[in-house]
Design a protein around this ligand. Structure first.
Ligand code: G3H
Length: 255
């Protein structure tokens, strides 16, 4: 079965009540292709989740950007998977490079978070990717494999509700997008890793997104690559061009 194209918008730590309301209005007014060919998810900051969930058109799902690694309780500042489920939020982004590098989340910690979120019924957008230094040392696949291994050790064969987002750190927020060939090369290796380390079925079914300076201008060529199953978008997800990125699903269908 063909993998459904997936476009996620990660709003990161951006937005006021006013700007988030305007962005929701923009997304509600945009002409988007059928959800038969694309799954769309946006991830506002925790504080704006209820507003976005209530007001956003129902073809677009809502995700959190993080959640706690276990059941809630005395963990000041955290939000639990149970609380997200209670709010009716279906997705959570875990392992984003900003959390791995700035908040020092280890591979194992990210794996445990994935396992706990899945066990509570959340779908997971699991982010992986190498730094510029690691790429230049020829370690891109090694680093991604280490990140995937930690997830696999925590979740086992349970990948049906996982979307993998390959986000090279050097491409995030820098304007330096990976070329379609660079993205395809890594995505193909990641799918091979899944086939060899999880199963052929999981490798075939799992969506692998590209993230890092995706824009309306570069998304169509990236979308045509066979192992690029969609995008996780940062900066451009805050702008009207996010609609064009959603609609790049048509380039995939035509490819
Ligand atoms: O989660 C999204 C990524 O960090 C990409 O961000 P960006 O599109 O601003 O480069």
């Amino acid at each position: 079965m063909a993998r459904k194209f997936f476009v996620g918008g990660n709003w990161k730590c951006n937005g006021t009540l006013e700007s988030v309301s305007k962005l929701v209005d923009t997304l509600n007014a945009g002409a988007i292709v059928s959800t038969d060919i694309v799954e769309v998810v946006v991830a506002p900051p925790f504080i704006h989740l209820p507003l976005v969930k209530d007001r956003l058109r129902k073809e677009i799902q809502v995700s959190a950007q993080n959640c706690w690694v276990k059941k809630g309780g005395a963990y000041t500042g955290e939000v639990s998977a149970e609380q997200l489920v209670d709010l009716g939020i279906p997705y959570v982004i875990l392992g984003h490079s900003e959390r791995r590098h700035i908040m020092k989340e280890s591979h194992d910690f990210v794996g445990q978070k994935c396992a706990y979120a899945l066990s509570k019924g959340l779908k997971v957008i699991a982010c992986i990717g190498e730094t510029l230094e690691e790429r230049e040392a020829g370690d891109t696949i090694k680093v991604c494999a280490e990140q995937l291994t930690a997830i696999k050790e925590a979740i086992g064969e349970n990948w049906s509700e996982v979307v993998v987002a390959y986000e090279p750190v050097w491409a995030i927020g820098t304007g330096k997008v990976a070329t379609p060939e660079q993205a395809e090369e890594v995505h193909a290796e990641l799918r091979k890793w899944l086939a060899e380390n999880v199963s052929a079925e999981v490798a075939e079914a799992t969506r692998i997104l590209y993230g890092g300076s995706v824009t309306a201008g570069n998304c169509k060529e990236l979308a045509k690559k066979p192992n690029v199953d969609g995008f996780l978008v940062g900066g451009a997800a805050l702008k009207p061009e996010f609609i064009d990125i959603i609609n790049s699903a048509q380039s995939k269908v035509a490819a």
